[in-house]
Write a protein of this length. Structure first.
Lengths: 318, 318
């Protein structure tokens, strides 16, 4: 990969694939008293990412976007090799916002100087773990995941040294983990979380949506509809018991699972989990207290593609 | 505890027990284009610490010393409560160097916003672990130790944001762990390690030496003499086999153990371990290659006080 790392022509975004080159650019921002906002991504950008960039630009002088597919957050059986890498269209998308001042595109060898293997038992080097928040919800099927996220975000923060960092609420647990990490590690960074961007039919935007065939795409809204029904069971019907809150959500998912089976569409739909947790502790709730901030979330497989989504209760931001 | 945190009179060192107040001071250094050197300590300062402060002052405009007895690096059965806390004499020692620009004296509640318990199975919040280098040597009897060190050093680095940080080579494994951590986490900090300060008879200076009675103090040099004999077996006699290198060291220690027993001094001397490892990987060596950088180290108990020491082979700095 070769990209311009020197001062770019008007309208061009400098792309840094060497950390030292980026640091020189960062020092220049400091000298010019420019505040830096940071949007870490794995690329395959969609409107959700661009909304983070735009939100960052509203609050900061210069917005840095990193594109790095982080090996440490994939397990050996997961889709690291297949994860979409679409730099050219990502670059065009960022340029179209007019809000991105620099792209950081670091190499795996620079990000993991001690090397990185997906086999967790063989991993060496420095890792960051947020105990108590990493091994429930998304951390049950993916026990390696949040250690990988916390580790790479720490590294990226140390490179970019932003005043503010922007994360999408679609990854709700990630927002909670990173916010706690920033707080615990005393990082001088303001963490911001931005509401999930959705397609017209409610499907949460995700880089993995591109794996869906048109027939899969049609049924992929089931999780959002299920979560909406659970919310309605709280907001509309005033239910407080976990069982009653989640019942309509399970109902919608079972219905779609059966429809897809009956219509013999050539793929399966399968529920991974539904969850109702307290926002601060991420512990599962048997009972939702009046005004208790909570996260309704879940994961479903549509074919082999795993989709996640969430809705907040009694909370505006994660 | 109450200390001056405002601009101090000439000769006085400002003491910051609130992180926000320290950050304001740090911003002022940045504005004045002053480089900051950092010496993290647990207090109970001795000449070894002061040599770090002086080394820092030679290379940096402003030297910050932190004093923080870090709960996360103590196990429940260890000496956290008994660890010496001697702020007033520490302050005088630092003032006497004329090299210390600020003292950071953070509170446990600010350093561990998620709380900190010594029972590792109950710990919550963010921890930093350097895998592959933390569970040998000192990490065998103290499996919690280097996670505690890496975590608190990360936090302190994020507060102090020094250009350079100074560590004593007496804690050899700590130097290797922190150096790898700085490298892996891409911290923009130059890590420096400074040779061990010794008493006239060779005993490595340590805050724990004050626990020794005069009779214990007399025999406490056994570890340094043992390590010296092992080095002589390499440098003088050209031995390369682990067994031959360590044999004279074991000999000296067994001799002292027996002497103390025979003289019925009312305390025991006991070897914890001797170690010969590669500097980079900290793996135990069966054979020392020509010019291979290595660490000869060990730990002994003199009474209930645990003393550590080390000598480098084919290496100048850790």
């Amino acid at each position: 990969m070769s990209h311009s790392t020197s001062s770019a022509a008007a309208g061009d975004i400098p792309v840094f694939d060497r950390i030292d080159d980026f640091r020189a650019w960062r020092r220049e921002q400091l000298k010019q008293n420019k505040t830096v906002g940071f949007v870490p991504t794995m690329g395959a950008l969609h409107e959700g990412h661009l909304s983070l960039v735009k939100a960052a630009k509203e609050e900061c002088d210069s917005v840095v976007v990193s594109i790095f597919v982080n090996p440490a957050q994939f397990a050996p059986h997961e889709d690291l090799d297949q994860y979409p890498r679409t730099f050219d269209t990502d670059y065009q998308s960022l340029a179209s916002t007019g809000a991105c001042a620099a792209i950081l595109l670091p190499r795996v060898s620079e990000m993991y100087p001690s090397g990185i293997t997906l086999d967790r038992s063989q991993q060496r080097g420095t890792f960051v773990d947020v105990l108590g928040l990493s091994h429930q919800m998304e951390g049950i099927p993916r026990p390696h995941f949040f250690r990988g996220v916390a580790t790479v975000v720490t590294k990226l923060f140390n490179i970019v040294q932003p005043e503010r960092a922007y994360f999408g609420q679609k990854d709700a647990q990630q927002c909670v983990v990173v916010r706690n990490m920033v707080n615990d590690l005393l990082l001088p960074i303001r963490m911001r979380s931005i509401p999930t961007c959705r397609e017209a039919d409610g499907l949460a935007m995700s880089s993995r949506n591109r794996y869906l065939t048109p027939e899969m795409r049609k049924v992929a809204t089931l999780l959002y509809r299920a979560l909406g029904a659970a919310r309605q069971s709280v907001v509309g019907s005033g239910n407080k018991e976990r069982k009653q809150i989640l019942e309509p959500a399970y109902g919608i998912i079972e219905e779609v699972v059966q429809q897809v089976k009956d219509q013999q569409l050539g793929f399966d739909v399968r529920l991974d989990y539904l969850s109702l947790v307290d926002v601060a502790t991420l512990t599962e709730l048997e009972q939702l207290e009046e005004s208790q901030p909570a996260i309704l979330s879940g994961a479903v497989y549509v074919g082999t593609t795993r989709l996640i989504d969430n809705i907040l209760l009694n909370a505006e931001e994660l």
